[in-house]
Write a protein of this length. Sequence first.
Length: 74
Amino acid sequence: MQERVKGMVDLLEIYHARRLRDQVIGQLKRLADAETAGQVSDARVLRHAARYYEAALVTVAALLDSLGDRRPYD
């Protein structure tokens, strides 16, 4: 029974990590669009935000890998 519960918890964690990954990718795309459109007046702020989201993306990828998620990225 505990194995089944652990499997369900892992699936739930994978689901939420995938959603978080998709949200982070969306934020990175939004930043790239803002940079292209010239909407950001301070390039340092843009770089800092991009590094933050890139680090979050690496962390989520490591989490998914540790959970055994081998689904290719969309």
